[in-house]
Ligand binder design. Structure first.
Ligand SMILES: [Zn+2]
Ligand SMILES: [Zn+2]
Length: 455
C-alpha cells in the first residue's frame, strides 16, 4: 500500500456556503430533488428541504457565508473526477503547468485529476515524484494524483521502481503517450503490482500497426492521402493486455478507448471476471473521422477520431458500464506547435473546460444519455484508482459542482484557463455551464456569471 496521501494540492480556505433551492443530483446517494445545502468549514453540514435553511453568516467559521440562490433551477452534483490529464510539468510549462491545468480542471467542474508522466524528464523516479507532489501542494487549485511511468523513461525496457514510487504516493503507473510494447514487460509489471498495488493504466497501440499514421485508417484518410492508423492497432492490444491481466490476476485500466472492437474486448474481459476498467474521452464520443476532413490540427489526437459506428459503440459501452468512466486526456500544445501541416502536428486536444458541457449538449439534451448516468460516469474514475468517490451526503468533505444547465456559450469565446487553446470543441455552441467548483472543501472555481445568479 501507498504510505503517502494519494492526492495533493487544492485551495486552502474552507468554504462557507449556503446553496439555496438547488436541484441536487447524486445517483450514488440516490438523490434527485430540490434542496438547501449548507457547506460549513468545507464540510457538507446541512442538507434540507428547499427553502428551509436561513442564511447564518455569523455561525460560519470564516464569519461570512456566501449565499447562492439556485431558484430551483441550478444543478448541484458531486464534483467530476478526471483520471487522465497532461499537466506538462516538469519541462513543458509553455503548454501547461500545475496551476493553469488545475484551474482548467476546476473551470470544467473537476474536483480532482490524475496527471500523466510523459513529462520532460519523464516522471519515473521517487525524488521527482516527491518534488512534483510538493509543487502540486503549493500550486494546484484542485487535488492532483500522479501516475509515474511503468518503464523507465517510457522506453519499455526496464521497470521503474514501482514499490518505492508507491511509497511516495503513486496511484498506479502508466506509460501513456506510448504503449507497453512488450507483453513480457507488462507481465513483469503485473507481477510487481501484486506486491505493491496500484493500477496499471494502459495506452493501447501496437506501433507495428499504427506506424506513425496521423489519423484513422479509412475512407477519409484515403481521400486526404494521409497515413492511417487502423483500429486494430488499439483493439488487439486491449485484448492482449486483458488476457495478461487475467492470467496474472492483475488490475489494468484501458485509457481512451476509441473503437467498437476495443469495447467488445473489454466486455469480453469483464465477462470472464478479469479485473479491467476503461475510460472514454468526450472527443471520441462526439466526433468522427469526418471532422478531420478540414485538416484542423486540433482534431488530431491519439487514438484518432474513428467512424460513426465506433462512436455509437463507445456511447453504448458507456451507457452499459462496459466503459466505466469519462476521462478528458487533456493534452495541451502551444499554438506554434499545432500551427503546422497536419502530418507534423503533435497529437492531442485540451478538454477539461468543455467535457461536461459538450457531453451534456450532444448526448443529454438530445435524449441519448440520462443526465444522472453522465454524472455517474464523470465521477466514477476516482474509485478505479482506490480514491473516495465524491458524494453529496452529510458530514463529508464538500466536493461539489454547481451547473447552470440552461446557459449557452461558445466554447473558447472568453479564452481558456488552460495555457493552451488546442480544443477540438472550440467555436461550438454548448449548453450547460459550470458556475462553481468546490474541491476538497474549498471553492476552486467561481464563474463570472455567478454574480448575476447571486442572492
Ligand atoms: Zn494515450
Ligand atoms: Zn494521454
Amino acid at each position: 500500500m501507498s504510505a503517502a496521501e494519494p492526492l495533493v494540492g487544492g485551495r486552502r480556505t474552507p468554504a462557507d456556503l449556503l446553496l439555496r433551492d438547488v436541484r441536487v443530483l447524486d445517483p450514488r446517494a440516490r438523490i434527485d430533488a430540490r434542496h438547501d445545502v449548507r457547506v460549513r468549514g468545507g464540510q457538507i453540514a446541512e442538507l434540507a428541504e428547499a427553502g428551509s435553511l436561513q442564511s447564518a453568516p455569523a455561525q460560519a467559521p470564516s464569519g461570512e457565508e456566501e449565499l447562492i440562490d439556485g431558484a430551483g433551477r441550478l444543478l448541484l452534483v458531486p464534483a467530476f473526477f478526471d483520471p487522465h490529464v497532461h499537466l506538462r510539468t516538469p519541462g513543458q510549462e509553455h503548454k501547461e503547468d500545475l496551476g493553469s491545468g488545475t484551474r482548467a480542471a476546476a473551470a470544467g467542474g473537476f474536483g480532482a485529476v490524475i496527471a500523466m508522466p510523459n513529462t520532460d524528464p519523464v516522471l519515473d523516479s521517487a525524488p521527482l515524484l516527491r518534488s512534483l507532489r510538493d509543487a502540486a501542494a503549493r500550486e494546484a487549485c484542485v487535488p492532483v494524483g500522479f501516475l509515474p511511468a511503468i518503464t523507465r523513461g517510457l522506453a519499455g525496457e526496464q521497470l521503474s521502481e514501482m514499490a518505492e514510487l508507491r511509497q511516495e504516493g503513486a496511484l498506479g503507473f502508466t506509460d501513456d503517450g506510448k504503449p507497453v510494447r512488450s507483453a513480457g514487460m507488462l507481465r513483469k509489471a503485473l507481477q510487481y503490482q501484486r506486491l505493491c498495488g496500484g493500477v496499471l493504466a494502459l495506452h493501447e497501440e501496437d506501433p507495428t500497426l499504427s506506424r506513425g499514421g496521423s489519423m484513422h485508417e479509412g475512407a477519409v484518410s484515403a481521400a486526404l492521402g494521409l497515413a492511417g492508423i487502423p483500429t486494430i492497432a488499439e483493439s488487439t492490444m486491449v485484448a492482449r493486455d486483458a488476457a495478461l491481466a487475467g492470467y496474472e490476476h492483475g488490475r489494468v485500466h484501458f485509457q481512451h478507448l476509441s473503437c467498437a472492437a476495443s469495447v467488445h474486448a473489454v466486455a469480453d474481459a469483464k465477462a470472464r471476471g478479469w479485473r479491467v476498467s476503461a475510460e472514454v474521452c468526450p472527443h471520441h464520443l462526439l466526433l468522427t473521422e469526418e471532422h478531420v476532413r478540414g485538416m484542423d490540427t486540433s482534431m488530431k489526437m491519439h487514438p484518432p477520431l474513428t467512424t460513426d459506428a465506433d462512436r455509437m459503440a463507445l456511447i453504448e459501452g458507456l451507457r452499459a458500464g462496459t466503459i466505466d468512466c469519462v476521462a478528458t486526456d487533456h493534452a495541451p500544445h502551444a499554438r506554434n506547435e499545432k500551427e503546422v501541416p497536419f502530418e507534423q502536428a503533435p497529437m492531442g486536444t485540451i478538454g477539461l473546460e468543455t467535457a461536461f458541457a459538450a457531453l451534456h449538449t450532444s448526448l443529454v439534451v438530445t435524449g441519448i444519455l440520462e443526465l444522472s448516468l453522465l454524472v455517474e460516469r464523470m465521477t466514477a474514475g476516482a474509485a478505479l484508482f482506490d480514491l473516495l468517490t465524491p458524494i453529496v451526503t452529510l458530514d463529508t468533505q464538500a466536493n461539489l459542482t454547481l451547473v447552470d444547465l440552461d446557459a449557452t456559450w461558445l466554447a473558447g469565446e472568453d479564452g481558456w484557463e488552460s495555457r493552451s487553446e488546442n480544443c477540438c470543441f472550440a467555436g461550438r455552441q454548448l449548453q450547460g455551464r459550470v458556475l462553481m467548483t468546490v474541491a476538497a472543501g474549498a471553492v476552486a472555481h467561481r464563474d463570472r456569471a455567478l454574480s448575476l445568479v447571486g442572492a
